[in-house]
Design a protein around this ligand. Sequence first.
Ligand code: ZN
Length: 144
Amino acid sequence: MGAVVTQDEAAGLATQIAQTWRGLPAAAWEDDIVDLDAGTAGTVFVRLRRTLVRAPTIAQFRAEVQAATPRRDDDRPHCERCGSTGWADVVDLRADGTEHHVGCAPCRCPRGRDREAVHRAIVDHNAAELGRLFPSRTERGSVA
Ligand SMILES: [Zn+2]
């Protein structure tokens, strides 16, 4: 269980969030994320930045952080692969032996199964967003 976000950390994270998804009011975010688990809030932000085209609402962000924050009464064994967050990095092993980080996905552990509904929602959201931004591409895809 990590420490709660400090006011300075909340301000820094809110600024990053506002810069990532333009037009968001950083001050409003700062006040609404200051009680969250610090490490988890940062991890969730980095993951959402990679996976979401459009900004999450403060409520969505809070729900994600709270879902990903390890609970004191969680007696499931600690998972090394995902650090018990339920989200694991997806690594592509190239022919030359180097590893390339290509995204993240729900882990194979019980906490990962908890994350699968969220992951599906993100994938569906991104697909809908791509369809909205590139309608001709989607039309061609449906004809083929
Ligand atoms: Zn795991």
